[in-house]
Design a protein around this ligand. Structure first.
Ligand SMILES: [Zn+2]
Ligand SMILES: [Zn+2]
Length: 501
């Protein structure tokens, strides 16, 4: 799973209980949330006199919004196994987040903002009743986003907790200290709470201090340990450990490759790639026919082995160095891992694989371009649109996906899935339409794709029974297609490794 910093501090879990109104079956599902979005209930009708007393302000409480959120709603979309689409859905909390973001839905009605006042706890507050918890759980307000309804568009004000229970209001360039009364009266759109320890945890407090000291001593070289006694601790975790009530797991697995080494990043791969290209150019090979170079073993004196890799530099920028023994203890206590030792090497095999895949993709793209607009062939072959899309994303990986800790890019598309377009009589299912569920391609392209990826079957639509010359690839391209097919198999195996991790 991809790791997200925001997710790790803002996410909590809800349990949705859906009871079918027909067969009464209850389906439980866990839903992740990173912000709790609450509808604002109507203000309860009051007697004339009470209404008169309260008339100064139309107000509801945050607790009322949450109670409204827990009320069961009718779900007429989800299909039950008994065939009914009518159930009663109700939410409860499974896990609270370290930082709780509450969104008050003031724009349910697009044309009109719901301006009713919602009162919310400002000082440390026990949310036990708010979340129907078994134990006490305190939260502290630390920020508010207010939507200001100026003429001519949206405008926002941020209110932040400041020292000595004061608050700061930030409106563009105007920053000022505001009273608690000001905060109470504001028309909040987003509320930010942080979880606070119910009692001061002596053990955690001393652990924090200890870790801070050790880190400082290593930085100042007062504590000198050998490289093999040191390891990296992700900075994001360190910060959360120092400031949040419940630090998450120490997630490092996304940094390690299937060979248990440091995963190279996009830039390591890029350097290798440029290097290899210049070697190729020096030997005067035509890139169109140089498929034999794909399998070439990399130069053992590659920069990845010689100096610090980009992945290593990144690791240094985003981690602190602590003694390995301390890290082992922290991982045992908070979960996660594995340990990343200070002298970890960047994996050159992974760089080579990524590079090979990239070259393979390039050769396939060149082959397609060569035959795409070949004269004398019309688009009479059907191809499943969904498969073609997967193939496209696989073949044309964007730079951003490669940079995002995903050196191998999008996964391969698998066998051609044209059979999904056919009914049991091998005819195209009536509802499947050209331009929607399938597209048309020429014989050369169909030939190449089926040769490389397999699957099928071959479906052609030729209403005027036009005659075409039988298509055959040029000899060297036939070899190239075979090579691409073999390399494709290697590529699939790489993905299997990556996924098993
Ligand atoms: Zn049912
Ligand atoms: Zn590796």
């Amino acid at each position: 799973m991809e790791y997200s910093f925001i997710q790790s501090i803002f996410s909590g879990e809800l349990i949705s209980n859906l009871q079918c109104l027909n067969c009464k079956k209850i389906t439980k599902t866990v839903e992740q949330f990173s912000a709790l979005s609450l509808e604002l209930p109507e203000i309860k009708k009051q007697g004339f006199f009470k209404q008169f007393l309260n008339n100064q302000k139309q107000s509801i409480t945050l607790k009322e919004c949450l109670d409204y959120f827990y009320e069961p709603v009718i779900d007429s979309l989800t299909l039950c196994s008994c065939g009914t689409r009518s159930g009663k859905r109700q939410y409860s909390f499974q896990q609270q987040s370290n930082l709780l973001c509450i969104h008050l839905q003031r724009f349910q009605n697009k044309n009109q903002k719901d301006k009713k006042h919602v009162s919310f706890p400002i000082k440390d507050h026990n949310f036990q009743e708010y979340f129907n918890l078994e134990n006490e759980q305190n939260y502290r307000l630390f920020g508010i986003v207010v939507h200001l309804h100026d003429l001519g568009g949206d405008h926002f004000e941020t209110i932040l907790k400041y020292k000595n229970s004061q608050f700061l209001s930030i409106k563009d360039e105007i920053i000022q200290i505001v009273s608690q009364n000001y905060v109470e009266e504001c028309e909040a759109l987003l509320l930010f709470y942080e979880k606070v320890d119910n009692q001061i945890d002596q053990f955690k407090a001393s652990l924090r201090k200890n870790l801070q000291n050790q880190h400082k001593m290593i930085v100042n070289q007062e504590l000198q340990l050998k490289d093999e006694e040191l390891c990296y601790l992700p900075h994001f975790w360190y910060e959360q450990f120092l400031y949040l009530a419940k630090p998450p797991q120490i997630i490092t697995s996304h940094l390690i490759c299937p060979h248990n080494l440091l995963k190279p990043d996009y830039w390591d791969f890029r350097i290798e790639y440029e290097n290899a290209k210049s070697v190729q150019q020096n030997s005067q090979l035509d890139s169109n026919t140089s498929f034999t170079t794909i399998g070439e073993v990399q130069n053992p004196n590659s920069p990845v082995n010689m100096e610090e890799s980009s992945a290593q530099k990144q690791l240094q920028l985003t981690s602190i160095i602590i003694p390995k023994a301390v890290c082992e203890f922290l991982i045992e206590k908070y979960g996660g891992g594995p340990i990343i030792e200070k002298n970890i090497k960047t994996c050159s095999a992974c760089t080579e694989n990524a590079q090979q895949m990239s070259r393979r993709r390039k050769l396939e793209r060149q082959l397609i371009i060569k035959y795409e607009n070949l004269q004398g062939y019309d688009r009479i072959f059907v191809i499943h649109e969904e498969w073609l899309k997967k193939w496209q994303t696989y073949l044309y990986n964007s730079k951003s996906i490669l940079q995002k800790n995903n050196l191998f890019g999008y996964p391969p598309p698998g066998e051609i899935t044209n059979y999904l377009l056919l009914d049991k009589d091998q005819q195209i299912i009536q509802q499947k339409k050209e331009g929607q569920q399938f597209l048309m391609i020429t014989a050369p392209i169909w030939h190449i794709l089926q040769e490389i990826y397999g699957g099928g079957p071959s479906i052609s639509i030729n209403p005027h029974q036009q005659q075409y010359e039988p298509f055959k690839l040029q000899m060297d391209d036939q070899l190239l297609t075979k090579e691409l097919k073999t390399l494709y198999q290697n590529c699939i195996n790489q993905y299997k490794c990556e996924i098993q991790q």
